[in-house]
Design a protein around this ligand. Structure first.
Ligand code: C5P
Length: 406
């Protein structure tokens, strides 16, 4: 579906990536119109953006001919989405304060079109309390602020502040367009008539009546995926481990505690057109859970003997009722993409959605609201920029709809 994107290019070294973003947006069938700040001219030329966007590039508020032909109000009104990439610290500060002293900031203040910003700046500028304040303000104002990537910076430092790769920015833009909001009602019904199975949450493996083995999975990503699939019109069966989340609208939920119960309920819920196995299933369980609480024995520490749980995903992959599209998740703390890629072939699944769950409790993906995922398919790896779990869910639901339609 063709959309009109107004791309505001800020003045930072990452502005060179804007050219590639324009190319990708055009290739994806969207129309792109570019606005550059004064500072952006030092990093990329209007000629490059004009050639790639096949349109005039707008740079100044004081070009009277432009104001007559295409005022700043119309510029933003004629767009389905405004993207600011790279969004410099200065541009974000002006937006947060409502300053309108050039074409870019004036149209940002004058618009009610959704705005997605992709900050890029030196790591110290990113971490400065002023920038954090401005970003919090923008988010409170309803502007979507994507987190920058982490890595080596042009200034020689290392840390968060890099502009995500243009492919990742495109994925975030497509996720916005795919969101089942009134603005993109095309998504509603795309999965009607399909049955999709989703697992989510951790499992609890009892040791005795009061103790169990578990992990930090909150179930948020799986529940968001179940909700997005239902919003796209699918009949969704959600087999959920023990979590404290509300059932998303239109989803049939089956609650379980252990991996073996989850395996049984997944089996019973077949056939399905697709299965998205998001649950962080415990790999092991206590070999012989006790009926009575284990007492603190004088002078002795009990030994816990573990045994392996069934791998639900592998069982499903080899089942005669294997869903046409089988998607696994991979929570990794190192070498995320190589592990996910080998998991895809080893487990005989179609896609693996890999995420990096390293980080201390409370700051990791597990339990948090945002996620950075890599979609590993038979055609390669797509790294999506960091986004809300609900956005990841919508983007994935859109990809599932594409795959089942193919
Ligand atoms: O091998 P690993 O546990 O990392 O694989 C993760 C993927 O496999 C996830 O999709 C998870 O839901 C699924 N899984 C499963 N049953 C298990 C272990 C993992 O379905 N016992």
């Amino acid at each position: 579906m063709t959309k009109r994107v107004l791309l505001i290019v800020g003045g930072g070294i990452a502005a060179y990536k804007a050219s590639e973003l324009v190319r990708l947006l055009k290739k994806a069938g969207h129309s792109v119109r570019c606005v550059m700040t004064e500072a952006a001219h030092h990093f990329v030329t209007p000629m490059t953006l004009a050639a790639l966007s096949e349109d005039k590039v707008y740079t100044t508020l004081w070009d009277l001919k432009d104001e007559a032909e295409m005022g700043h109000i119309q510029l933003s009104r004629q767009a389905d989405l405004i993207v600011v990439a790279p969004a410099t610290a200065d541009l974000l500060a002006k937006m947060a304060a409502g300053i309108a002293d050039d074409l870019a900031t004036t149209l940002l203040l004058a618009t009610d079109t959704p705005v997605h910003t992709f900050p890029a700046m030196n790591v110290r500028m990113w971490r400065h309390p002023a920038t954090s304040r401005n970003i919090a303000q923008l988010r409170a104002d309803g502007v979507t602020v994507h987190d920058p990537d982490e890595g080596a910076m042009a200034c020689g430092e290392y840390g968060p502040g890099r502009l995500p790769e243009p492919t990742a920015i495109l994925a975030a833009i497509e996720a916005h367009f795919a969101a089942p909001s009134p603005a993109s009602a095309q998504s509603i019904g795309r999965l009607s008539g399909r049955h999709i199975l989703v697992t989510a949450g951790p499992t609890h493996e009892p040791i005795d009546p009061v103790r169990y083995l578990a992990n930090r999975s909150s179930g948020k990503q799986g529940f968001a995926i179940a909700g997005a699939l239902a919003a796209f019109g699918a009949r969704v069966t959600l087999v959920a481990g023990p979590v404290t989340l509300a059932t998303p609208a239109g989803v049939d939920r089956i609650d379980v505690q252990t991996a073996r119960e989850m395996a049984e309920m997944v089996e019973k819920s077949l056939p399905a057109d697709a299965a998205v196995m998001v649950a962080a299933v415990a790999d092991w369980r206590a070999e012989a859970p006790l009926d009575q609480k284990i007492k603190k024995a004088a002078g002795g520490t009990p030994t816990l003997h573990l045994t392996e749980n069934p791998d639900i995903l592998v069982t499903l992959a080899t089942s005669p009722h294997r869903p046409r599209l089988l998607i696994g998740f991979a929570a990794e703390t190192e070498d995320v993409i190589p592990h996910a890629t080998s998991k895809r072939t080893r487990k005989n699944v179609d896609w693996i959605v890999a995420n990096d769950v390293s980080g201390p409790p409370g700051q990791s993906v597990m339990g948090g609201d945002a996620n950075t995922v890599h979609l590993v398919t038979d055609t390669g790896v797509e790294s999506w920029s960091r986004m809300d779990k609900t956005m990841v869910a919508t983007a994935l639901a859109a990809r599932i709809a594409d795959a089942l339609d193919a």
